[in-house]
Write a protein that binds this ligand. Structure first.
Ligand code: 3HC
Length: 287
């Protein structure tokens, strides 16, 4: 493990599943991390998630107890965005709503030092539009982590129309220091991964809804037929069906009718059956 020269403090905005995962891997690599969410309760939930995840990594001997404890000590939680004032790099992982993200970036532009890199973990929104909320769009880039962040090797680097080359190099180096492997995408809806993965999940839901196969057989077919670790319905539950629907709606708005979300996905979200995080989605996780 090593840290990138010039990056000592990493700010993370959002302490949900993705934000907490990003804070965890950054702290494990040796960065000081300030993780911010809007309510104390959300910050505490994020810190609990990190404790659980570090505990899992220790119990399967991927991390020593001392390394996990040191990582945990490097993470401060806060509800005050101004506490990210010393960050050399910020990764934003808040709600997938453009107005919310633009507000965060406009504030980060004022709070963070000149030259700090501002990255968004957006899954489908335009990084160029997010960057336009700042006076320094060259410093803004997409850094799209995969869920679960501590386990998944890949990170997508999204080059906005305005991103400067040194910004891309810095986040590439940062991802490498976290022991992750990157690929680059242009700023187009869904980038590489979600442009392909979200329709895959949606098509699995449609196949089930249209009676092509049971949900178990849709998942088994795609798992065994393609060596994927999870089938599409299982993966939808893992990502969160609300997240899948948001992403599908963005792809549909921007790329047209073939990306229309399935009605059953909308109904599941209406019902609050969002997948693992609510204990029920296509499958039951109550136990
Ligand atoms: N923290 C720490 N460790 C974790 C963890 C976490 N949050 N989640 C899982 N693990 C560990 C487990 O402890 C386990 O360790 P072991 O192999 O040493 O026992 C290992 O990871 C595997 O976990 P499980 O045994 O519980 O279950 P699986 O073998 O089924 O693996 C999985 C779980 C890694 C999630 C695997 O099913 C998988 O890779 N699924 C696909 C995930 C995927 O595609 N993610 C990308 C989604 S797209 C995305 O994120 C983009 C967004 O914009 C939508």
């Amino acid at each position: 493990m090593y840290t990138v020269d010039g990056v000592e403090t990493v700010g993370v905005v959002g302490a949900g599943t993705m934000g907490a995962g990003i804070a965890q891997v950054a702290a494990t690599a040796g960065y000081d991390v300030v993780m911010r969410d809007v309510e104390t309760e959300f910050v505490e939930d994020g810190l609990d998630r990190i404790d659980d995840s570090l505990g899992r990594l220790v119990s399967r001997e991927s991390l020593t107890e001392a390394t996990a404890a040191a990582a945990r000590r490097r993470i401060d939680g806060t509800t005050d965005l101004a506490d990210l004032g010393d960050a050399d790099l910020v990764v934003e992982a808040v709600l997938e709503q453009m107005d919310v993200k633009q507000d965060v970036f406009a504030s980060l532009d004022e709070i963070t030092p000149e030259g700090a890199v501002l990255a968004t973990n957006t899954s489908t929104l335009s990084v160029t539009t997010i960057a336009a909320a700042t006076e320094r769009p060259g410093d803004v880039v997409g850094l799209h982590f995969m869920n679960p962040v501590p386990v998944m090797e890949g990170v997508e680097v999204v080059r906005a129309e305005t991103t400067a080359d040194p910004t891309v190099s810095l986040v590439d180096d940062f991802a490498d220091s976290l022991d992750k492997t990157t690929w680059e995408s242009a700023d187009r809806p869904g980038f590489v991964v979600n442009r392909v993965l979200i329709p895959w999940v949606c098509e699995g839901i449609r196949a089930y809804d249209e009676g092509v196969a049971s949900k178990e057989d849709v998942d088994t077919g795609l798992k065994l037929g393609t060596n994927a670790p999870m089938g599409p319905l299982e993966l939808g539950d893992h990502i969160g069906l609300d997240v899948v629907l948001d992403a599908a709606e963005t792809l549909h708005d921007e790329l047209g009718d073939k990306y229309r979300p399935p009605v059953l996905l909308e109904r599941k979200v209406d019902a609050g059956h969002l997948g693992k995080k609510t204990g029920c989605g296509f499958y039951d996780y109550a136990e």
